[in-house]
Design a protein around this ligand. Structure first.
Ligand SMILES: Cc1ncc(COP(=O)(O)O)c(C=O)c1O
Ligand SMILES: N[C@H](C=O)CCC(=O)O
Length: 449
């Protein structure tokens, strides 16, 4: 099977796992836990085997069964330019020819850090450190916040996801603001004893917890627009209230912009909502599809990072030249072309089209969207936090997902994930998606009929 451009039909087909994908998944399950290298890829929440992906271009995926799909996962966010953007691929090839990794200083990482400090409001006048994933970024930022403040407690949002560091894998207990309990086997209770959880969109809950634990909380970490409970916009004023509370209590405010960075605006949610955290965590788009994360912010805080200061953090592949080349090329294109108005328009049209088709079919769906990230929650009523999201009809979502896949559209395979629009989603891709949705909602409507 060829992946040359002439192979691509650009006519989406039935994307359910065919014989090739099923054979690969069977083989994978023997040597890889669950057959996947990250759990959500196993399609447990929607049923069926996952299609295996051979290649990707623009808004399309090509499966190992030779089927083209319109892709709204976008490698979980990074593919904002569309897949395999030629300028990014060229930059990666050029860098690779000069050597894959040096474990030493490079000009590219300086240029990259300077660009980040120019584009991201929280980094202006501050400093940034490159790492290799979003998990590393949040874990390191919170170690730094603890080292800087000399305090140990962390506040996070119920349903917020910040990667898989032990102390962030926390399930909320009952009540408005609770002590965390381990959210995974293998996480000792002691490790999460200092992690407090609050509902999203309630500044009052944060205020209460900061008062209860006055002088002990190092950081409040929040996805400014959560994507990991599905997409949930912040209520007007919420982020500013967090800012004010953290300033008042001497707590480090950390925005986890691994998903929202360069997606909801060039300068991320900090720019979109005009609220500047003390530290910001980046990932996904910042690496242009390669493994890159970053954390940074206030200079006086970042000066505590080794070797300048006493908070240790390191990485053999941090600032990897090939990954930096991909990230740099991606951000340079975004800064040069300023495509956010176009992205907003495409995303708004798609979301409106999906909502209209759900309404026409009589399927209750709440469409949450911020910029080019969106989730349709299968429920009536608004979704402002994780409890609201959990009240969705997960069976209806799963059926809709399967129907869309059958019609050649690849959505995030969980109700509690966001889907992403890219600059490569043209009229043909959007039109196909909306026709598919018409059929998929009609099928789901039988549940309600
Ligand atoms: C908001 C957020 N933070 C952190 C992470 C962790 O990033 P990674 O998967 O690159 O470790 C993710 C995604 O996984 C994320 O969406
Ligand atoms: N929700 C996760 C990040 O955004 C999905 C990616 C993964 O965990 O594989």
């Amino acid at each position: 099977m060829s992946t040359t451009p002439e192979f691509w039909t650009q006519i989406p087909g039935d994307g359910r796992a065919g014989a090739n994908s099923r054979a690969l998944f069977n083989a994978a399950q023997f040597v890889i836990p669950g057959g996947v290298n990250s759990p959500v890829r196993a399609f447990k929440a929607v049923g069926g085997d996952p299609p295996f992906i051979r290649a990707a271009r623009g808004p399309y995926l090509l499966t190992e069964d030779g089927v083209t799909l319109v892709d709204y996962v976008g490698t979980w966010g990074p593919a904002i330019l569309g897949h395999a953007h030629p300028e990014v691929v060229d930059a990666v090839c050029r860098a690779a020819r000069d050597g894959l990794s040096f474990g030493a200083c490079t000009a590219g990482e300086v240029e990259f850090a300077e660009l980040l400090c120019r584009l991201v409001p929280a980094l202006k006048g501050g400093m940034v450190r490159l790492v290799s994933s979003g998990t590393e970024a949040t874990m390191s930022a919170l170690r730094l916040a603890r080292g800087f403040t000399g305090r140990s407690k962390i506040v996070k949002v119920d349903g917020g996801y910040h990667g898989h560091a032990d102390f962030l894998l926390v399930a909320a207990g009952s009540g408005a603001a609770t002590l965390g309990i381990p959210g995974s086997e293998g996480v000792p209770a002691a490790t999460v004893a200092d992690t407090l959880t609050v509902p999203f969109n309630s500044a009052a809950a944060v205020e209460q917890v900061l008062e209860q634990h006055r002088g002990q909380v190092a950081a409040v970490i929040v996805e400014p627009v959560p994507g990991n409970m599905g997409c949930v916009p912040p209520r007007p004023g919420y982020l500013q209230e967090l800012r004010d509370l953290c300033t008042r209590e001497g707590v480090v405010l950390v925005f986890d912009e691994v998903m929202t960075g360069f997606r909801v605006a060039l300068g991320g949610a900090g720019q979109r909502y005009g609220v500047i955290p003390d530290l910001v965590c980046l990932g996904k788009i910042v690496g242009g599809g390669m493994p890159v994360g970053a954390y940074g912010g206030r200079r006086d805080i970042m000066q505590h990072v080794a070797p300048l200061g006493p908070v240790y953090q390191a990485g053999t592949l941090s600032g990897n030249p090939v990954a930096v080349a991909a990230g740099l090329a991606t951000l340079q294109i975004l800064a040069r072309d300023d495509p956010y108005a176009a992205l907003e328009a495409t995303s708004a049209a798609l979301a409106a089209g999906l909502s209209a088709r759900a309404a026409k079919a009589g399927v209750p769906v709440v469409m949450n969207r911020v910029g080019a990230m969106f989730t349709g929650f299968f429920r009536a009523g608004e979704v402002h936090d994780y409890d609201d999201a959990k009240a969705s009809d997960l069976g209806a979502f799963a059926e809709f997902h399967r129907e869309m896949l059958t019609c050649g559209v690849y959505l995030a395979p969980s109700q509690f994930e966001a889907s992403f629009v890219s600059l490569a989603h043209d009229a043909a891709a959007i039109d196909h998606t909306l026709s598919a949705a018409e059929a998929a909602f009609a099928a789901v409507a039988r549940r309600y009929g």
